[in-house]
Design a protein around this ligand. Sequence first.
Ligand code: NAD
Length: 305
Amino acid sequence: MSNALAASSHPARPAIAWIGLGIMGSPMSENLIKAGYDVTGFTLEQDKLDRLAAAGGTAAGSIAEAVKDADVVITMVPASPQVEAIAYGPDGILENAGSGALLIDMSSITPQTSVDLAKAAKDKGIRVLDAPVSGGEAGAVEAVLSIMVGGEQADFDIAKPIFEALGRTIVLCGPHGSGQTVKAANQLIVAVNIQACAEAVVFLDKSGVDLKAALDVLNGGLAGSTVLTRKKDNFLNRDFKPGFRIDLHHKDMGIVTDAARNVGAALPVGAVVAQLVASLRTQGDGGLDHSALLRAVERLSGTQV
Ligand code: NAD
């Protein structure tokens, strides 16, 4: 274990490698830089590497280069196949990070992928936490994410100061994979909530009610939600720039549907919303924000979209 990770009595901040500088990874890594961490990053888009360098980080030319001197490696990529691609193989994290490094995967992936990764990493002396997040792009920018963690208590304690630079609600949920299971539940709740909001918006609109006034008062009562607060303007302005892409929520609805089936939990409403998310993709809306569930309801309601 490197000095920076050995114990909280060491004031040195661990050197961070960040893999995956997308909508979430860019602002999150920048928050670590602002908090005083040295961040070396790698991602597939050159403009995102330039952005990291402009923010005071170091752009690496490969995963191996990014992780070789890192105490902590953080990954934030789309889904299980990408996590496996960056973790395994001769060019991957497990082969190139030092023994004693802590790997924190903050992507939303299947719980089983997290369990398998922790097992494979252990053979290399690398410890792993799954630490998916909720709060969206705005939560990442504002460093107010909810972070749901799976893994060992000792590793969680070491990672806590890093999490505190990224989020506000930080909870160890249980062993490896638990963070991902909780995140799957989160995505179920968010999708169903967006769908309910979208149905209310179409209903209110067709009834001729002032939509802004209606959403404001609804958000002050029991119908209010973080989803409504964060997505109200998307609905009002029909602004579906992501945010959180329908493609990613489709992936997450697959994860929660599969995980629920494995434990024998019924998701009758979630299953319907999963179908609506899937149909948006087949209609070419996969790159839009998940608030575009409004478009699905409008199509069903005969509204021109
Ligand atoms: P994104 O598509 O914007 O970014 C993904 C990044 O991963 C890209 O920059 C890409 O270059 C990088 N990447 C992919 N394969 C790579 C590889 N082989 N090597 C190096 N880099 C690679 O995605 P995002 O919106 O930032 O989401 C990332 C994760 O966070 C997903 O699992 C998503 O479900 C989750 N999430 C997203 C949000 C959100 O609001 N966007 C909120 C919570 C959780």
